[in-house]
Design a protein around this ligand. Sequence first.
Ligand SMILES: *[C@@H]1O[C@H](CO)[C@@H](O)[C@H](O)[C@H]1NC(C)=O
Ligand SMILES: *[C@@H]1O[C@H](CO)[C@@H](O)[C@H](O)[C@H]1NC(C)=O
Ligand SMILES: *[C@@H]1O[C@H](CO)[C@@H](O)[C@H](O)[C@H]1NC(C)=O
Length: 493
Amino acid sequence: MKASMRSRQEPRRVSNGVIIAAMLLSLCVLSIVKARYCSTPFVKPDDQLQEQMNSSIRMETDEPATKAAGGVEQEEEEEEEESSAAVGGAGEPAVSTTTTTTVPVSGNGGGGGGGKKKPTCRMTSKRSERCEARGDIRVEGNASTIYIAGIDKERKTKPYARYHDPVAMAVVREFTLKPVTDSSPECTKNHTVPAFMFSNGGFSGNLYHDYTDVLVPLFLSTHQFKREVRFLLSGLKPWWVNKFTPFFKQLTKYEIIDIDNDMDVHCFPRIVVGATFHKDMGIDPAKSPGHVSVVDFKRALRKAFGLERVAASRGGVTGNGKPRLLIISRKNSRRFLNEREMAQTAAAMGFDVRIAEPDQHTDMSTFAQLVNSADVMIGVHGAGLTNMVFLPRGAILIQVVPFGGLEWLTTVTFKNPAKDMEVTYMDYNVKLEESSLIDQYPRNHQVLTDPYAVHKQGWDALKTAYLDKQNIKMDMDRFKTTLQEALDKLPPV
Ligand SMILES: *[C@@H]1O[C@H](CO)[C@@H](O)[C@H](O)[C@H]1NC(C)=O
Ligand SMILES: *[C@@H]1O[C@H](CO)[C@@H](O)[C@H](O)[C@H]1NC(C)=O
Ligand SMILES: *[C@@H]1O[C@H](CO)[C@@H](O)[C@H](O)[C@H]1NC(C)=O
């Protein structure tokens, strides 16, 4: 049994501004290693840049997270599959490599298995720790404590998949795993199904983080329970839960327990604390229980939000009409300055055009329906593009990459995930002539001539120069060419 617990510091409240900054900053760091392998029109980031990012941002690189396919992990994942087989019978159990002494528990049987089994806490990647135990388990939510019979010592864990990001983790509640003793509290509620504990952490509300940090890992970690699982959610915000309730219902039959504010002592035959993380917005089917993929995740979402459309086509929703272009609009930063012209141009080319701006208050179901009706979706790099999860198979995502050598950022966040989602990905790299920056700086200014020199000044400088203060006036000739290419790539009727 591998255990990789580390002691961590108590969370401290961090202001929203810091959280938002760090969220963007973390995306940056996530991608910095990758950047070195991407072609860009500028000088590539060098070791010096990487070193500076390393020191100023004090985070680990994301290399292990994006290519976390090591043999050791493989083996450990198979252990998970064995567990899943015991619970729901999903997938083919790969017990041959299992080294545990698990006493199979019939998932709904209650009572638990052999009491001598120790909890396993291990990092599933640099992003997340997962602890698992069976037997006599008592959760005292208001005390952030999980009592587990048979463990030898106390451990602490935080059930949120962003361990490489200290700012995010600072606002995630820590839980203590303690051995059951005579003085441990008695059960006030007995459950027969396993518990799965997770947190919606510090960045909830940003659609990209909702998916990459919480929902995709949650799906990958719990679908195998076949809804016979109790979710214990820490950091529960009712508006956030409401937004995704239809999705949670795909994964559990039961009400979610607001564990931070719960006065009961809940007892379970089994508990999993913390999700498994594979990669940004993605799942590695070779390592997931039941070999599910992100396409299965999309299917679950489609079902949750009643999205009927499976595949995109040149003939649009009806198959014999126009293909639909959805322009994802932004109001504050990275705006399209000629959105109307874009819409007119696209309409003249035969698209049925829709323009929409999602925000935190957008009704998920309504927006999901709209995205699902699109054949082509275009938008400037930003969280709104996360809506690609609702695109039908074969649809096209055009990510408009702002001026500033940001390809490394846009690749990790949307380009790579799109592939696995059966979405055809296209870039539209904004030229200086299309950027509002050309009016904001003299032609020989570093921001225009040497973006990587700006990157070297750190994330704040990069963000200020290229993400916060840049709007985009699309060149209609280039836009037309891009749309034509998209049309050609759409599945024929
Ligand atoms: C940056 O940090 C990573 C991970 O700690 C390390 O592998 C890499 O060598 C560092 N790069 C530089 C240039 O210091
Ligand atoms: C949790 O609730 C129980 C029952 O009301 C109470 O005895 C206990 O002191 C509480 N613990 C904390 C840390 O608030
Ligand atoms: C829960 O189960 C335990 C062990 O079987 C039992 O002692 C206890 O009375 C039960 N508690 C409740 C509230 O049902």
